[in-house]
Design a protein around this ligand. Structure first.
Ligand code: GDP
Length: 438
């Protein structure tokens, strides 16, 4: 590579030329493959600058590809997701979207809606010629079918968005049960301060981990107990809210106090995993033949194991606890079946951690192994909700003109997702999050 002005050699490299329209952006593209040192880069950049070239804006290549019809908006967003993907499941989901799976689904709906609208407009334009009743029925039937399909797609428990942003797992349970210690164990680093004084975790601490290829955000919460301390009360409020919002809960309690496990009854179902922590204390008390802790009954081990089993069976059937109003009812989740059996662990020694992680991983995989294309962004969700609302209005509208207008609005909402209609104002928002060079 040579400076055209001075003839000076800049580097030995490779130049690839992609003529329009066959490049990634659809424009003429030249790629320079050079040695990456700062001196080489700065010399080459200076020469390119002299030729009137500039650095690309973040996401500019993808934006140009979109504007030149090489990608739809969903695929452009998939590139951003692919660049940001941290786990296997996120990578797979982004690739599927890049392949155009979601685009095909939404465009399929748009095409059907366009046909419905065409039939309806024909009826409006030629009012004297009565539409055959079967055409009228077809318009109604297809509108209702589309509404149902979009609504089903929306009622997916936000799985695609969760997979993109991280699956929430809340660690809950009474104070001092070892929630922070367990989080540290799972995260394999000292991210949360553990302390023997009850009520130290007053706010929520989150850690993102890769659990068998799935992005999981673990949240350590304040211990569930009644308190007069205002800060602790606020922590408790947040803990309960987080437990409500989480996809999966690890309910941690002290294995020496199996009755504490009853607290999990507030969140029945397979998405609450019972964890009996500190089993090392049971073992050591057994080995010594005496209680490790003052006042602990030497026979507690057997009694504890028996009642742990009872807890596991009893939860799910039991009613409320002092901390929660009652059984949860979460859409999109399997509420059948009782809570899984109690998993014995020791956050201190690491005993039982493999069993816990594989139970958690299995639960995550069961909920998030996604076969059909799913929604991945709140932006798509809003547009689909608007589309479904338009379709619903259209089915009840009396005047054909109003029905047509509602269908047109629904069609526009679908077009916003793939980028076929008026998206100029959206583009800045979408491409702003890209990194330079994409
Ligand atoms: P949290 O309030 O539920 O978050 O509980 P912490 O994680 O702060 O733990 C409370 C206390 O129990 C600390 O002194 C921990 O060191 C101790 N602890 C936690 N897990 C275990 C365990 O598995 N075995 C033993 N022996 N002690 C534990």
């Amino acid at each position: 590579m040579v400076d055209p002005a001075t003839g000076e050699r800049l580097d030995d490299g490779l130049v690839l030329w992609f003529p329009a329209p066959h490049s990634a952006t659809g424009e003429d593209v030249a790629e320079l493959h050079v040695h990456g040192s700062r001196a080489v880069l700065s010399a080459i950049m200076q020469v390119l600058h002299g030729l009137g070239l500039r650095l690309a804006e973040p996401g500019e290549f993808t934006r140009r590809a979109f504007l030149n019809g090489k990608l739809d908006l969903l695929q452009a967003e998939a590139i951003a997701d692919l660049v940001a993907a941290e786990t296997e499941a996120q990578r797979r989901q982004a690739l599927r979207q890049l392949d155009g799976e979601l685009g095909r689904l939404y465009r399929g709906w748009s095409d059907r809606l366009t046909r419905v609208l065409a039939h309806l407009e024909a009826a409006i334009d030629f009012p004297d010629e009565n539409l055959p009743p079967e055409t009228e029925d077809r318009i109604f039937g297809e509108t209702a079918a589309l509404t149902a399909e979009i609504e089903r797609h929306l009622a997916d428990g936000h799985r695609g968005e969760r997979l993109r942003d991280g699956i929430m797992v809340a660690i809950i349970g009474p104070p001092n049960a070892g929630k922070s210690s367990l989080l540290n164990r799972i995260a394999r680093r000292d991210a949360v301060i553990t302390s023997p004084i009850a009520g130290t975790t007053r706010d929520i601490v989150e850690i993102a981990v890769d659990l068998q290829g799935y992005p999981v955000v673990l949240a350590d919460t304040a211990g569930l107990r009644d308190s007069d301390d205002i800060v602790e009360q606020e922590g408790l409020r947040r803990a309960l809210r987080r437990a409500e919002e989480a996809e999966i809960r690890l309910f941690v309690f002290d294995a020496r106090c199996p009755d504490q496990g009853q607290g999990a009854a507030a969140w029945p179902g397979p998405d609450t995993i019972l964890v009996a922590n500190k089993v090392d204390l049971l073992r050591s008390s057994e080995a010594a033949g005496t209680a490790v802790m003052p006042g602990l009954d030497p026979g507690i081990h057997d009694a504890a194991i028996t009642s742990l089993a009872a807890v596991a069976e009893g939860v799910g059937a039991h009613g409320t606890t002092p901390w929660a109003e009652g059984p949860r009812d979460k859409p999109g989740h399997d509420e059948e079946g009782t809570t899984e059996k109690t998993l014995p662990v020791s956050a201190l020694t690491g005993e039982g951690m493999e069993g816990l992680l594989s139970a958690l991983g299995a639960r995550v995989a069961q909920t998030f192994r996604i076969e059909a294309p799913v929604l991945t962004r709140a932006r798509h969700r809003r547009a689909l909700e608007d589309a479904a609302a338009g379709l619903r209005r259209a089915t009840v509208a009396v005047l054909p003109e109003l029905r047509a207008e509602d269908l047109r609005l629904a069609l526009r909402s679908l077009g916003h997702i793939t980028g076929t209609v008026e998206v100029e104002d959206l583009l800045d928002v979408i491409f702003r999050d890209f990194c330079i060079g994409k």
